[in-house]
Structures are given as structure tokens and as C-alpha cells.
Write a new protein. Structure first.
Length: 330
């Protein structure tokens, strides 16, 4: 039996070697992403609301298709139209961030985006909404200072946090290289940490980015469902429109397949996003009728439309109210 196996291996050695090489090539990951035309996610299907209306049409978030580049994907990016390479380090805020830290930040950003979208939509629909349980979360770290992405800041210098300005006030009381004390919640545990005050261009700082997050009390209640793999803030505009469509009693879809992208803040301002080129192509591929895009991305979106000779309607929006006004009047 052993001799038969050895004989078979000798007979098929070139096939086996080729197979091993092929498997190795496909599993070697290079420090690049391949960005490609994306797709759509119908937010109407993600809303849980007992009185959700059954309007014809759809409201869709746009996304970019992204591959971690193996050698074949790397080579194909040079020959496949609309596939582009991006260095992994270029797509991160800091070269020192791990994939886990990036994922934590993106989840926090998604939660914040959902809450902003709810608040804006409920206000516009004249429904009850109240902000409660404010949280101050670290979402970026540019200097070593004992704080990590995902940390919730509970106290600074033994004082409770009232708002982001109260953190700034305590920092400004210190001198360069002084230490400042925090009580934080990390992975469910409360701990104390010390950070050192830095100074950059005459301004005192910690080298962190802190996001104000919160929960909401609403009436009626509504929930948005997302997969564990989904994160980020670029769907904020479309989430707010979908919530508004569900609770307002107004049919802003009018049978249309509407796509869009853009962050949303608590004031209803629509912010810039990345990957608009691939999102426009994804919208066309999925036969959308309209694309709503932030002002900061509008020129690039129109450039793609012109270069590809697309017929799709692209609408520039600066605020949530701009989007509502357009959809109601057209």
C-alpha cells in the first residue's frame, strides 16, 4: 500500500507541485485592497416597525466592493476596468491601528450614525424623541497616551463629563508634559489611566479623537437591523430617509428605487464619504433611478456619470431637508 502511494505521488508530482503553488499564490495576502464597483442595500428591509407602510419602491444605501489583494487580485487590478489598488496603510487613520481597532471604531460610528439618523428623522416627522445616556468614546489615537479606541471616558480629573468642551477645559488647565487622569470603561471594566499632555502648533492636546454617542427615547419605537460585518457612518443619510418614510405617513418613494450615500450629523447635515466612484457604478448596476450624494462628492459623481455615459439622475444634497424637499417635489 505504501509503495502504491509513493508511486502515485511520483507519477503526479508535477500536478501536486502546481496545485501547492496555486494554493499558495491565492493565499498570500499583499498590503493592498482592491476597490471595485459596489452594490445596494435596501434599508426598507432593515427597519423593524409595527406600522411600517408598504410603499412601492426602495431606499438604498450604497457600498464599495473591497477585496484584500492576493497575488491574482493584485494582477487583475491592472487589467480589469474599474478595479483599483489602495494601500492598506493609506486607508487607516494611523499605521499603528490594528484591524480590530478599526472594526471597533467603525461599529461605534455605525451606532452614532443610527442615532443621528433617528433624531433627525423623528424631528422632521414631528415625533417624540429625547436624547439620553450621553457617552464619550475614543475613536482615534494619534499619540501613545494609555487611551485606546473604544474606551468610554467616564471622568477627567475626578470630574464627571458634561460635554466634550469640559474635556477641553481640563486639558487647557495643564501644561505641556503634565499628566491628566481619566476614569474609563474598557471592555466592560472601569479602570484609571494617566495621559500626558502634548502640544502641537501652540495647542494643548492628548492625541485622541473623541466622539459623543448617546441613546434615544422615542415614540413610536423603531429598530434598524444590521449584520455583524456591517459598520461605518456613510449610510446615515439613507437611514434617516428610511426612518422618516416609515413613521411620517408620507410616500417619498413614489415607486422609485432611490439610492444615496453620506454621513448625517445630529443637525441634519450631510457629510462627505469615500468611494463615490464605485458607489455610483454600483447604483447603475443595480438599476437605481436616483442617487443622492453629498455636496463634497457631487463633482466626482458627475464626472463618473459623464465618463461612463450614465443616464441616472444624480442629486446634490447638503442637508436632510434638501433630500426630503427634492423627493417630495419631484
Amino acid at each position: 500500500m505504501k509503495e502504491k502511494i509513493l508511486t502515485r505521488i511520483k507519477e503526479d508530482k508535477f500536478y501536486i507541485i502546481a496545485l501547492v503553488i496555486l494554493i499558495t499564490i491565492f493565499n498570500i495576502k499583499l498590503p493592498y485592497y482592491v476597490n471595485a464597483p459596489g452594490g445596494t442595500i435596501n434599508i426598507k428591509d432593515r427597519i423593524e416597525y409595527k406600522e411600517k407602510p408598504n410603499y412601492k419602491g426602495s431606499l438604498n444605501m450604497l457600498y464599495v466592493t473591497e477585496y484584500v489583494a492576493s497575488i491574482p487580485f493584485y494582477l487583475l487590478s491592472y487589467v480589469v476596468p474599474d478595479w483599483d489598488l489602495e494601500s492598506i496603510t493609506e486607508s487607516q487613520v494611523s499605521d499603528n491601528e490594528s484591524v480590530e481597532q478599526i472594526n471597533i471604531r467603525n461599529k461605534v460610528m455605525l451606532e452614532n450614525s443610527i442615532n443621528n439618523a433617528k433624531y433627525v428623522a423623528y424631528k422632521a416627522a414631528s415625533k417624540k424623541v429625547e436624547i439620553e445616556n450621553m457617552k464619550y468614546i475614543v475613536v482615534g489615537v494619534t499619540e501613545e497616551n494609555n487611551l485606546q479606541i473604544g474606551d468610554e471616558i467616564l471622568q477627567i480629573e475626578n470630574h464627571s463629563i458634561e460635554n466634550l468642551e469640559s474635556i477641553r477645559t481640563e486639558i487647557n488647565k495643564k501644561n505641556k508634559n503634565d499628566q491628566i487622569h481619566f476614569k474609563i470603561k474598557r471592555e466592560g471594566k472601569e479602570i484609571n489611566v494617566k495621559s500626558t499632555i502634548k502640544e502641537k502648533e501652540g495647542k494643548k492636546e492628548l492625541g485622541v479623537v473623541i466622539l459623543t454617542n448617546y441613546s434615544l427615547k422615542t415614540d413610536p419605537q423603531i429598530k434598524l437591523k444590521f449584520k455583524s460585518s456591517e459598520s461605518g457612518a456613510s449610510g446615515g443619510l439613507m437611514m434617516s430617509l428610511s426612518i422618516y418614510s416609515a413613521i411620517s405617513g408620507e410616500d417619498i418613494l413614489k415607486g422609485r428605487n432611490i439610492a444615496g450615500t453620506g454621513t448625517i450629523d445630529i443637525e441634519g447635515n450631510v457629510g462627505e464619504i469615500g468611494g463615490i466612484k464605485y458607489k455610483v457604478m454600483g447604483a447603475v448596476k443595480n438599476k437605481m433611478d436616483i442617487i443622492l450624494v453629498p455636496s463634497a462628492n457631487y463633482k466626482e459623481a458627475m464626472k463618473v456619470k459623464k465618463e461612463k455615459n450614465y443616464k441616472i439622475k444624480i442629486v446634490e444634497v447638503k442637508t436632510f431637508q434638501d433630500a426630503i424637499k427634492y423627493l417630495k417635489e419631484n
